[in-house]
Structure formats: C-alpha cells, structure tokens
Design a protein around this ligand. Structure first.
Ligand SMILES: C=C(O[C@@H]1C=C(C(=O)O)C=C[C@H]1O)C(=O)O
Length: 412
C-alpha cells in the first residue's frame, strides 16, 4: 500500500524522518535521507540553500554535508577536478531505531521552518497507489549497442564498457518518497539506502546501492571496493542461493578483475603499495549476487592525509560503471546511450559527517540501483559491464534483474 502524506496540526517535539522531509519539501529546501549498510539508524540533513553550490570534493575543505555527483562530473575539462552538488548540513538529524530523534541546527533556519516542523505529518489511511510500467521500447537498440560494443572490444578499441538503459514507471498518485525509502531499508539491510530531494531540478532520487566508492572512516581507515559480475541470488525454483553456491564464469571473473586492476593502477599512480586486498568474494545485494574485492589503507600509517580526496579523483568513474580504458569507454557511452545518465552511476553520500560517537566520517557510494522521481513518473536506471564474451540478450536480462531491485518496492 502506498501512503498518502497529509499535515495535521498536532505539535510534536519528536519529529520523524517524514516530518523533516516534508518540512524541507514544502519550503523548497534540498534534503537528504540515508541509512548506512548494516546499520539501523537513519540520518537526514536539510540545507537552507535553495540552489545548491557545485563544489570540488575535497574532504579536507568541505564542512559536514551530503555530496551528489553526476556520472560525467569529470567533463568540465581534463584538468578540472569533478564538481558535485553539495547539501550543507544546516540541520542534522539522527533517527535511532529506538529512542528519540536528535536534531542539531548549524545555521539559523528560515522563519517558517521550526513552525512547520512542529506540526507532525501523518500518513493518512493508506490508499493504494498502483503503478504502470511503460512498455520497453529500448530492447532492440540496447541489444544492438551491446553487439557494437563487443565488436569494438574484439577490434581492440576497448577492453570493457558499461552500457545502461532506463525503465519508466507511472504512479497513479504522487508517490511518498519516505515510504519507499523505508521499504528499501527493510528489504536491503546491507545496501546504502538514500533519498535526495533537489527542488531546483524538480527531482527526488532514491537508491539501494551495494557499491562503496570510497570511505574515510572515523578510525582513519580508507576503504574502496571492486564490484562486478552479476547473477540472481535465487535458484530457478525461487529459493535463496547461498553465496557459496554461486558459480562464476570466466567472463565475470575477468570483468571483476579489470575493476580490481583499475583500482590498483590508481594506487600505483600515487606510489602507494601498503594496501590490504581481500577478495574476490561473492556478496549478496538484494535480489542479486556480485563479486567483490575490498581494499583498505591505514591513512595514518602511510602518512597520506589527502588519500581519500586523491583516490576519489582518480577512481570516479570506475570501470565498474564506465569501462576500460576510461576515456574510450566514456566516448562509447556518449555515442551509444540514448539517455543522459544524470546522477545514475555518479556518487553520493555524507562527508565529514558525525555519524557515530567515534567521530566524523565520509562515505561515498556509487549511485546504482537508483531511480529519479519527477512528480508521478519514476525513471529507473541499470547497466551491465560488457566484455568480448558478452551475449547481448543476457546483458539485457541482467539490466532487467537490476531494475527489479527498486521496482519490487514500488507496487502495492
Ligand atoms: C552498472 C551497474 O552495476 C555495476 C555493474 C555490474 C556488472 O556489470 O556485473 C555489477 C555491479 C556494479 O558494479 C548497475 O547496477 O547499473
């Protein structure tokens, strides 16, 4: 059942995620709501800047906030560091699983803010909000572009390229992003779940991504991961597969190894050898399984305080979402994909944020298994990594499976 949001006038000193989200939305203010992998607390921030600044993501410079970056944020010029939208944490809120919400104001809110926030938002009796999935018109073109990519790879122009497609879904009524966010949190406990409202674009983005781009943890550990290779997490009879039961083909093993190599090349560029590499291992990401290798570095031990910022610039967009070599894969994507990826396959997450008692951390994720909401229309995005052994129809089926991650929480 889809919830309906109405405002009633009872005063609350205990705002919910929905109260804060709706207060921001009604004042045209940007907001982000997220839940980290394997955690239960939800976090939210509201920015009092109606138009978001574009910033260079420098973790030593930015104040606490939430960053959202386009897939092609590098395109401002070869020597320009990527620029990202930045939601400054003017209000920071943590919503523990049990116990009261804690709100902190870092700036003076607009006049109506506290007043509106004090009026709790109730979901009125839930009303069905059926969805209609628009018929796919992209199948033929997608399959043709996979064949072209395979030809280009076989001719040696490329080693790997990630081609994406979209799927559009109409809601009967305006969907409630917080209800969808809550459903994603329940269904995908190991994913990074987020909802980001960008009023100046008229968009809300929702995602349940399995892929960490970079983290700078409160304990001074840098983390990144190489994720690739995809298969269903269920047996043909519908029973869940255990990770140990996953069988990986040579194609998938090589595809993931390419992403690992790409990360190691980035470490090499900065002459960093002291990284710990664990994997590849099979991980479960909702309805899917992937191969994952985790890389960690002790930032203090290597005496490289800028490591996270430097690696972010080198890594994005990784060969897990773009391809290898990066420049040629990017050109191929621009030539062959009919849509603009916008924030899909970009990165997002909290930076310099007091996420736990241990201190601040920055946690950026690759924006996958995501959709853009514009009014009653949802656009879902999914891609597949192509190598010389790709079979076009199978790659299309892989994008269908990836769309299911979000699609499965949209209906009633
Ligand atoms: C491109 C996507 O996912 C990426 C591509 C994968 C693959 O090609 O197997 C697997 C995980 C992600 O790194 C997506 O979900 O849209």
């Amino acid at each position: 059942m889809q919830a309906d949001v109405t405002t009633n006038t009872s005063v609350t000193s205990q705002p919910t995620t929905l109260d804060l989200w709706e207060t921001a939305r009604s004042l045209g203010l940007p907001a982000a709501l997220w839940r980290l992998p394997n955690q239960r607390d939800k976090h939210s921030i509201v920015s009092f800047e109606e138009r978001l600044p574009h910033v260079v993501v420098d973790l030593d410079e930015l104040p606490a906030g939430f960053v959202v970056s386009r897939f092609d944020s590098q395109d401002e010029g070869p020597d320009q560091p990527a620029r990202s939208l930045f939601l400054r944490a003017d209000v920071q809120a943590v919503f523990p699983e049990h116990g009261p919400a804690q709100l902190t104001y870092a700036a003076e809110p607009p006049r109506a803010f506290r007043q509106l926030l004090a009026k709790s938002v109730r979901r009125s009796a839930t009303r069905p909000n059926p969805i209609t999935v628009r018929p796919d018109t992209q199948h033929e073109a997608y399959v043709a572009s996979v064949s072209q990519a395979v030809d280009a790879i076989q001719q040696g122009d490329l080693r790997k390229v990630v081609m994406s497609r979209t799927k559009q879904v109409d809601f009967a009524d305006l969907p409630d992003a917080v209800t969808l966010f809550d459903r994603l949190c329940i269904k995908y406990p190991t994913a990074f779940i987020s909802a980001v409202s960008i009023p100046e674009l008229g968009q809300i983005w929702l995602s349940a991504t399995p892929e960490r781009l970079i983290s700078q943890r409160a304990d001074g550990i840098f983390e990144t991961m190489a994720l690739a290779g995809t298969q269903s997490a269920t047996q043909p009879d519908g029973t869940p597969k255990r990770p140990g039961e996953a069988m990986w083909s040579q194609k998938e093993i090589e595809e993931q190894a390419l992403v690992c190599r790409y990360i190691i090349e980035c470490f090499k560029k900065i002459r960093l050898r002291e990284y710990v590499e664990v994997g590849p291992k099979t991980i479960v990401a909702g309805n899917l399984m992937h191969l994952s290798t985790c890389f960690t570095v002790d930032i203090q031990a290597v005496n490289y305080p800028q490591l996270s910022t430097v690696m972010l610039r080198l890594l994005h967009p990784t060969s897990a979402v773009c391809g290898a070599p990066r420049g040629r894969a990017m050109d191929f994507i621009k030539q062959h994909e009919p849509h603009d990826r916008e924030l899909y396959a970009g990165f997002l997450g909290p930076v310099n944020y007091p996420m736990s008692e241990e201190g601040q951390s920055s946690q950026l994720f690759v924006h996958l298994r995501c959709m853009k909401l514009e009014g009653k229309l949802a656009t879902l995005y999914a891609g597949a990594g192509l190598t010389e052994d790709s079979v076009p129809e199978r790659e299309w089926q892989e994008t269908e499976l990836k769309c299911q991650t979000l699609l499965s929480v949209l209906g009633d």
